[in-house]
Each structure stands twice: as structure tokens, then as C-alpha cells.
Design a protein around this ligand. Structure first.
Ligand code: MIG
Length: 831
């Protein structure tokens, strides 16, 4: 163990007491003057300062810099939980120095200059624009007594906006003026603006005048980001311990948000393809039991023809909350129930918490003890705390043996046919603080393990201060890796509440215990889009609100707003009225059904977005600024979102409203997906939106694959796809796009030989659409036709591969349809 870690444990108690305000100000010391510069490798140099601190500057690539500040001689050799792969130094750095400055340049054109006397550093991009400049009045500081460190940069004017930071409950889109803290905390019914909550992703984007950069602080301790709250002139970030190790992404030559995300995803990884069923409509509640209730819920979906794919079982399916058991009175034959549900097109997902009930007669507890996988106190005794099962022990998920052990326990449920797993309470959350038997408040950061609790850290032992924020992510990893081992032919679905940067490699994320209020519905858009651009694609908020009771209008507006979010699940706390889509009366049920149907019609498109994510890290759900960083009108927009690049959703999220203002970002034109009405980019319009209406727009020039309504994804195989052309493309523009098709589960698509999957690809120019095929002609959903929307007058003729064909013109809808019987197809429409 390094000196730093030891020191960390000794002062842990003091640090705990000072959780919200930093005591011992007097002991902060500045990083000092530069007194030494050494080359470490072609792409890295090490700078020494008069304080004894050392700073490594490494060129990870031409557009990604890494700065590692260590208060003392050595740099930490961390397990790197955030990282998908070892970080390489692929750029080249040359440097020159004189009495005043130290200047570094990278082969790609980036320059970094330091003032020797104050250390002050500045990053300048290839076109001479300042990316980042340290605040000259606030040097980088260390607090040797506590292990804390911090650094401040100047904001490039007050209009610099900030995004990302993972899962945060701030109301607006941008996080400027906020004080952001990362410390995973169980926050039942979190009020809007409460921080921290469940997840820690210390990564953000800055955007100003169309240019972006990003910073990722790769530090698992409690970290903070003061984004201009204390002073609008600067932002400051820091950590409670460990090296101040941060990456600066300059976003490539374009300085684009997409470039920033690509670089971040390169480091922290992307998600694998989810199984198709996990993109269907999912129904949950705390809890559906007994078995007859579960069956009743499932049949109700089918009876009312509301499409659905998944039913969740919350904690009451277990025997006394013992993980990997069943309550046999409530569920006498789980296997039979699951297989009957499967016959009806339903998958079952089970909640699995981290805590294992202390019970000498319980096989999981006995086995965990025998294998030595439970978290221990500093004195070597087993750490026990109170959670749902009563006194509980906890696997140390930072121990590879514990992960392997826990992961293997899922075998029982896989054998029963359970399709996916939902990891809750893994902040880790306990009901009491270490100091009290009774909970202090709902949202206390200490309702977890004592800070001096030792963890394995994958061979880098450290205390809970260091590993708290990765515990949940490592639990999700145990689940994911266990499922990969046990069922290698299947794609796992894991959902986690807690996480850290890189959690996307293992799991989907839902945003915990939200509330059935309009402000919480409004929150879902800035919350989910910011989480999405933090590298996590499969995300969702409990539809209808977890806590409390929505009225019919709120539930309907919620299911509409959520219908095109990546992870689409209704959920509810216990002890409140029913929240199924039919629970609000006949006025609402058909409208709720239509929202779910829209989701199912767009599944081929949504699924393709995940394929693109896994290939190049692009987000599925996007805030407008992400695609339109040159349009400053998008910077604060927080009530619209994009799905991929081609669909924009502008749901009504205000009570009583039957119309809303929609902004159409500049650079593209848009059409109402339902009426075909055209809206010019760079304008706003008031859209009529009675309760039945979800304002959804297609990007002009794009081609959106859609299918007929199916009741569950198992029916997709026989559902024909229509390629919907959003007409009005400029004469000088060509749009390309693709549809990814495969069996919806398994890894056949990885074979690379186009057996297990195929790509339907197209090129769209004004009046023409060429559709090609890579892969087999049959065996996948067929492409049965195309439809053009936004056609006011009957076309003169339409030809396919040179021959005129029959077409169907619907004047009222402004649509033209043709059938296709085979691909490739070269379609020309003459006006
Ligand atoms: O202490 O399992 O966020 O989704 O229904 C509450 C019961 C524990 C919190 C989760 C919620 C879940 C609930 N859980």
C-alpha cells in the first residue's frame, strides 16, 4: 500500500466530518514554481515543482491530453476501473523552455504553455484558439493533511455552458453555476437539484461559440466541480484523495462535442448490443406478487393490445429478501411461470441487491463466508449493516474473486429462464449510518460503509473513500461477466442504479427514485440527455414517477415523453395506486397505448442506433446542442431531444398545455412525422399538441425505417419494414443511412461474415433513393416498401430499377407509397 493510502485511512474520520465543507483551509498549499522538466517518453514529460509535486503531461492522442498531478514523488498505479483498455500515449510532445515559460507542442498542432513562476498552464488548439487556461489567481492546490487537491480554470466568458457529469438531477440543460459532487448516494424521492445522487461520472463538456472541449477527472474518490457557482469567472474541480488525474479532450480539429465523446468513449468503452426485447416496453412495480398477479398484469397487456416485452419482479419475490432465493408461497413454480410468460412473449427481469442476509442457515451467506468474499472491517471482522434483509454482509465487488463468486450465483435464475437482472442498492446503500442505528435523513451520504473500510481494489488495496464510487459499477460488472460466462450465447441485460465512468460496458442505468410530479417529468430530459452524452446509451427514468401518484394527464404525458427514450420502463414504489398504462381510465388508456405503439413502430430505427453506438460510441438519445453545436439557440434547450440524428421529440411536459413551442435547430429542416408539415431549421413554431399528440419530427433528407405495430419484439420477424423518406432534401445534398438487422440476440453479428446480420443501406438525393443490401436476401425482417412524407401533389411517375411502378398517393396525408419486392432498388420519383 502506498503512503498516500495509509495517510488516507488515518484521516478518514476527519474527512468524513468535513464532508460538506472543507475544513483545515490553512493547510492547503500551492503547487509552486516549476523547477524541473524531464522527458519521460516520446509522448510525455514530467514537470517538477518547488512544492515537491510532480505533474505528468501526456499526449494520449493528437487531441487528448492527460495531466496527472501528484502531491509527492510517485504517480499512482491505479486499477483504472473507468478504463476499457490500458491508456496509451500515442501523440508526440516536443518542448522548449526559457526563464519564464515552458512550451509544449504536439504533432497534431495542440500547444500547452506553462508560466514557470506560477505553474499556470494554458492549452491552445491548432488554429490558435485557447481551449483552456488555468486561473492565474487560483493555482493548483494540495492539502497534504487530508489528501485533497484542486485546480481552477478560467471560464471563457459567462456564456460558456457545461454538460455531461453523468446522472445529475439539476433542472436545466447546462450545469454552469452549479456545484457538482460525486459520491454515490441512495436518494429516495430526490428533490430536483439534489446532489449527489446515485452515480458518479466525473466527465463534462464545455461549449462556447460552437467550440467544445471536455474534461474527465479519472479519480474514484469523492470529487467536486464548482462550475462557476462560487465565482462566475472560473470553474474549479478537485478530489478528496489520490492523484488529480484528468484528461482534456479537445474534440479534434472541429472541436466538436461528438469529437469529445468519441475520445472519452475510446478510453471508457461503449455498450454491447442490448437484446432487442430490452428495447421493448417494460413494466415494473414494487412489487408484483404473487404469481397470479404477475400473470394478470401480463394478460392485461395482451388483452388491451398495449405492446410490452418485459415484466419486473421487485424485492418481494425473495424469501425474506435473501438474494438468489424465492418466496415459495408467492411463487411456487418460478420456472413454469416464466415459461408460460415466455409463450406469451414476455421476459422476466429480477431485482438482485448486493447485500447477503446474515443467516448461518442460508446457503449464499455460508458460501460467501467460506470463500472469504465479504467486506471486512479494519479489524478483520465481517462488516454488517442493516438493509432490507436485516443484518447483512456485502461482497467486496472490487475483489475479482467476489465478482466471480457472485456472478456465478445467477446460474440458478438463468436455469429458471430469467432474462435479465436489475442491481439496486449498490451505492452501496445501508439504512443506517455507521454512527447511528437509526437513519438520520433519507439522503445522508454516510448511509454506506464506514470510510475506513478496506477494499481489495483488484490488488490495489484502499479504503472505502477510494472505492465507494466504483462499488456499484463493479457489482454490475460481476453480474454482466457472470452472465457472459453462464450464457455465452446471449446478450445480457443488466440494469444498475449506482455507477461510475465506464459503467456502460456492463449495464443499463435507470435514474432511481424519481417523483410523480410535473417538475420530475421535466427533469427527465436534461437528466437523461446529459447522462447519455456521458457515454451511457441504455438509460431511462421510471415512467409515471416512482414515488407518489400521477393523475391521468401526468401519466399520459410521461409515457409520451418517455416512449422514445432508450430504456422504456414504467415503475412504481409500493403502497400507492396502480400505475399501469390502463390504470387511469378510458380517456387515457388508448392514448397511452398509442405512445407505446409509436415506440414499437420505430424499433428498427432505435435498434440501429445501438448498433452505431457500439461501433463508434455515438449516443442514442441526444440533447440538441450535441448535434448542433454551431447553433447557440440549442445550448439551453431542455425540453426536446433527439434520437440518433434523424428524430426529434418535443413532448408536452407542462400540466394543462395543449400546444407548445418547438425549436428547430439550424442546419436541417424538419417535418412533423405524423402530418408531414415542414419546419425550417433555425426557427421556432408553436405546435398544437392536444393530449393525443406527441410532437415528433423527422429530419429532412433522412430515411427512417419503421415497422407495423407488434405486441412484442418476438413478433418482429414477420413484420415488414417500410423506409420512410423525409422529403425536401436540398438539391446539392446527399444523405446516407443504414438499418442494422439481426436475430435480436446473440453474437452472430460479430462473426463479420454477414451471416448473422445484414445491413440495408441507402443513399438519398432529391427525387431518388438507392437502397442496397449487404448480407443475405432473406432471413431478416423484409423491406416491404418505401413511403415518402411531405408530398403535396401527385408525382408524375415512380420507377424502380428503371421500370415505372404502381404507387399509392394519399393527398390528405401528403404521402406516397410503393411496394418493393427485392433489393437492391434504385427508386426515382418524377414530379
Ligand atoms: O429501498 O426494491 O430505486 O426502484 O423499487 C428501496 C425496492 C429499494 C429502490 C429502487 C426502487 C425499488 C426499491 N428499491
Amino acid at each position: 500500500m502506498k503512503l498516500k493510502n495509509l495517510r488516507g485511512s488515518v484521516i478518514a474520520a476527519a474527512a468524513a466530518a468535513a464532508f460538506f465543507c472543507v475544513a483545515a483551509q490553512a493547510q492547503w498549499q500551492s503547487v509552486g514554481e516549476i523547477d524541473k522538466v524531464e522527458r519521460e517518453s516520446v509522448g510525455s514529460i514530467i514537470v517538477g515543482t518547488t512544492s515537491g509535486a510532480r505533474i505528468r503531461v501526456a499526449a494520449v492522442s493528437d487531441s487528448t491530453l492527460r495531466f496527472t498531478f501528484s502531491a509527492d514523488e510517485g504517480f499512482e498505479d491505479l486499477p483504472g476501473y473507468a478504463m476499457a483498455r490500458p491508456v496509451k500515449t500515442e501523440g508526440e510532445i516536443s518542448f522548449t523552455q526559457d526563464g519564464d515559460t515552458l512550451d509544449l507542442s504536439l504533432n497534431g498542432g495542440l500547444r500547452i504553455s506553462f508560466r514557470r513562476a506560477s505553474f499556470n498552464l494554458q492549452v491552445v488548439d491548432g488554429s490558435g484558439d485557447t481551449v483552456l487556461r488555468q486561473d492565474p489567481n487560483n493555482p493548483a492546490m494540495f492539502n497534504p493533511a487530508t489528501g485533497e487537491s484542486k485546480i481552477s480554470f478560467l471560464r471563457r466568458g459567462e456564456v460558456e455552458t457545461y454538460y455531461g457529469f453523468g446522472e445529475k438531477s439539476f433542472a436545466g440543460m447546462s450545469r454552469h453555476g452549479e456545484y457538482v459532487v460525486n459520491w454515490n448516494t441512495d436518494t429516495y424521492a430526490y428533490p430536483v437539484g439534489l446532489d449527489p445522487i446515485y452515480q458518479s461520472i466525473p466527465f463534462f463538456y464545455a461549449l462556447r461559440d460552437g467550440k467544445a472541449y471536455g474534461i474527465f477527472l479519472n479519480n474514484t474518490y469523492r470529487t467536486f466541480f464548482d462550475m462557476g457557482k462560487t465565482s462566475p469567472e472560473r470553474f474549479t474541480f478537485g478530489a478528496d484523495g489520490g492523484d488529480l488525474d484528468f484528461y482534456v479532450f479537445t474534440g479534434g480539429k472541429e472541436r466538436s462535442p461528438a469529437g469529445v465523446l468519441q475520445a472519452y468513449s475510446h478510453l471508457t468503452g461503449t455498450s454491447e448490443m442490448p437484446p432487442m426485447w430490452a428495447l421493448g416496453n417494460q413494466q415494473s412495480r414494487w412489487s408484483y406478487y404473487p404469481e397470479s398477479k404477475v400473470r394478470e398484469i401480463a394478460s392485461k397487456f395482451r388483452e388491451l393490445k398495449i405492446p410490452a416485452d418485459v415484466i419486473y419482479l421487485d424485492i418481494d419475490y425473495m424469501d425474506g429478501y435473501r438474494v438468489f432465493t424465492w418466496n415459495k408461497e408467492r411463487f411456487p413454480d418460478p420456472k413454469k411461470m416464466i415459461s408460460d410468460l415466455a409463450d406469451d412473449g414476455f421476459k422476466v427481469v429480477l431485482i438482485v441487491d448486493p447485500g447477503v442476509k446474515v443467516d448461518p442457515n442460508y446457503y449464499v451467506y455460508k458460501d460467501g463466508q467460506a470463500k472469504g468474499v465479504f467486506v471486512k472491517n479494519p479489524d478483520g471482522s465481517e462488516l454488517n449493516a442493516i438493509v432490507w434483509p436485516g443484518l447483512t454482509a456485502f461482497p467486496d465487488f472490487t475483489d475479482p474473486n467476489a465478482r466471480e463468486w457472485f456472478g456465478s450465483l445467477y446460474k440458478m435464475h438463468l436455469d429458471e429462464g430469467v432474462a435479465g437482472f436489475w442491481n439496486d442498492m449498490n451505492e452501496p446503500a445501508t439504512f443506517t449510518t455507521p454512527k447511528s442505528e437509526r437513519p438520520l435523513t433519507y439522503h445522508h451520504p454516510d448511509k454506506t460503509f464506514p470510510y475506513d473500510t478496506p477494499h481489495n481494489g483488484d490488488g490495489h488495496p484502499g479504503d472505502h473513500r477510494r472505492y465507494h464510487n466504483v462499488y456499484g459499477m463493479q457489482m454490475a460488472r460481476a453480474t454482466f461477466e457472470g452472465l457472459r460466462r453462464l450464457a455465452p450465447q446471449k446478450r445480457p441485460l443488466v440494469i444498475t442504479r449506482a455507477g461510475f465512468a465506464g459503467v456502460q460496458r456492463y449495464s443499463a442505468v435507470w435514474t432511481g427514485d424519481n417523483i410523480a410530479t410535473w417538475t420530475h417529468l421535466q427533469l427527465t430530459i436534461p437528466m437523461l440527455t446529459n447522462l447519455s452524452v456521458s457515454g451511457v446509451p441504455l438509460i431511462g427514468a421510471d415512467v409515471g414517477g416512482f414515488s407518489g401518484e400521477p393523475d391521468g394527464e401526468l401519466y399520459t404525458r410521461w409515457i409520451q415523453a418517455a416512449a422514445l427514450t432508450p430504456f422504456f420502463r414504467s415503475h412504481s414504489e409500493t403502497g400507492v395506486k396502480d400505475k399501469e398504462p390502463w390504470a387511469f381510465g378510458d380517456r387515457y388508456t388508448p392514448i397511452n397505448r398509442a405512445a407505446v405503439e409509436l415506440r414499437y413502430r420505430l424499433l428498427p430505427y432505435i435498434y440501429t442506433q445501438f448498433h452505431q453506438h457500439r461501433r463508434n460510441g455515438t449516443p442514442v438519445m441526444r440533447p440538441l446542442w450535441f448535434n448542433y453545436p454551431k447553433d447557440t439557440n440549442t445550448y439551453l434547450n431542455s425540453d426536446q431531444y433527439l434520437v440518433g440524428s434523424d428524430i426529434m421529440v418535443a413532448p408536452v411536459v407542462v400540466q394543462g398545455k395543449t400546444s407548445r413551442n418547438v425549436y428547430f435547430p439550424e442546419g436541417d429542416d424538419w417535418r412533423d412525422l405524423e402530418t408531414g408539415e415542414l419546419y425550417k431549421g433555425g426557427t421556432a413554431a408553436v405546435i398544437n399538441a392536444p393530449l393525443e399528440k406527441i410532437p415528433v419530427f423527422g429530419r429532412v433528407g433522412s430515411v427512417i425505417p419503421m415497422q407495423p405495430v407488434v405486441q412484442h419484439t418476438g413478433e418482429m420477424q414477420n413484420a415488414p419494414v417500410t423506409l420512410v423518406v423525409i422529403t425536401g432534401i436540398a438539391a446539392d445534398r446527399t444523405e446516407k443511412g443504414e438499418l442494422f438487422q439481426d436475430g435480436g440476440d446473440g453474437w452472430a453479428f460479430k462473426g463479420g461474415d454477414l451471416n448473422g446480420y445484414r445491413i440495408v443501406e441507402w443513399e438519398h438525393k432529391r427525387g431518388s433513393l438507392r437502397i442496397g443490401l449487404r448480407g443475405a436476401e432473406s432471413g431478416f425482417q423484409m423491406i416491404a416498401g418505401t413511403e415518402a412524407i411531405g408530398i403535396a401533389s401527385k408525382p408524375a411517375a415512380i420507377s424502380v430499377n428503371g421500370r415505372d411502378v404502381e404507387f399509392d398517393f394519399d393527398r390528405a396525408a401528403g404521402r406516397v407509397r410503393i411496394k418493393l419486392d427485392k433489393l437492391p432498388a434504385d427508386i426515382v420519383m418524377r414530379r
